[in-house]
Design a protein around this ligand. Structure first.
Ligand code: AMP
Length: 281
């Protein structure tokens, strides 16, 4: 069964009597199989799943694609309904806020800042981005009160930042990370892939291919892996970054690190493509 809540008050009423476990998946809509894999896990592991569809204005800078961000409510509803039919004994609530005021009743202020990681990698090019992400997720947690919240590793830095926030301010929710869902040719699924023209779609494969090359070298030699990443960047100015970091705290990886992540961002026209690969040594 699928219900749609558009206001905070509906959640307040719902929580008054609910004693079931809640799995929560925050999204900006334009759902693809990556999002659906998160919702499926939420339904498997909880009695109720909540998915929010909200294009959060505070995580977009003035020059970014807030207005152009794809909004596909009818298709999204259909995908969620199809999945929920596979779970006849469970309930899905879609949170589709009717206005920004539902999320930001006191104006669009930042309510949490992750000082250490807000300015590296994605944050270097998008200085306000993570303040918007943490603030909206914190607010959505307040509204939906989840037992477990699900995040894709596609946005690896976002996942680490949210996990840290939950720990630091002691929010009563467990954060679970889910694997990256890819197209058959390796491109990570993303709502922004639809902006790629035919030539760009072909070129986009460089991102995952490069991560794999670095991953292979990294299993033998960190220094050589880093040299390879630097060579790739120097030869192709579409790279916004391509870095080898510790997967726990995103510090630059060192020889003793066991769990490493290679993170890349590749620019094609106005589209920033994000991907990463983890390596266990
Ligand atoms: P978004 O709608 O882009 O904000 O994404 C909502 C959630 O879906 C985030 O936790 C993302 O990391 C996750 N997500 C997006 N794309 C993928 C993907 N290809 N595989 C797995 N999770 C994803």
């Amino acid at each position: 069964m699928v219900k749609i809540f558009k206001t905070v008050i509906e959640f307040e009423i719902f929580h008054q009597t609910n004693n079931k476990s809640i799995g929560f998946v925050p999204t900006m809509g334009n759902l693809h199989l990556g999002h659906i894999s998160l919702l499926e896990k939420a339904l498997e592991q909880n009695e109720i799943a909540i998915i929010s569809i909200y294009v959060n204005p505070t995580q977009f800078a003035a020059n970014e694609d807030l207005d152009k961000y794809p909004r596909t409510w009818n298709e999204d509803l259909e995908k969620i309904t199809n999945l929920s039919n596979d779970f006849p004994n469970k309930e899905v609530i879609i949170f589709y806020p009717e206005s920004d005021a539902q999320i930001y009743p006191n104006g669009k202020d930042t309510t949490y800042t992750h000082k250490k990681l807000r300015s590296i990698l994605e944050g270097e090019v998008r200085p306000e981005h993570f303040d918007g992400v943490t603030s909206v997720v914190k607010r959505l947690f307040e509204i939906t009160r989840p037992t477990i919240a699900y995040f894709g590793k596609k946005d690896f830095q976002q996942y680490i930042i949210i996990k840290d926030m939950v720990k630091e301010i002691n929010l009563p929710v467990k954060v679970v990370a889910m694997p990256i869902i890819r197209e058959s040719d390796g491109l990570a699924m993303s709502s922004r892939n639809r902006f790629l023209d035919h030539g760009q779609r072909q070129k986009a494969l460089i991102l995952n291919k490069s991560l794999k090359e670095i991953q292979q070298i990294l299993t033998l030699d960190l220094k050589k892996a880093r040299q390879h990443a630097n060579k790739l960047i120097i030869n192709d100015n579409n790279w916004n970054y391509l870095e080898v970091r510790n997967a726990k705290d995103l510090k630059l990886a060192s020889e003793t690190d066991q769990h490493i992540v290679i993170l890349g961002n590749y620019q094609l026209g106005n589209t920033r493509l994000l991907d990463n690969l983890e390596v266990e040594k």
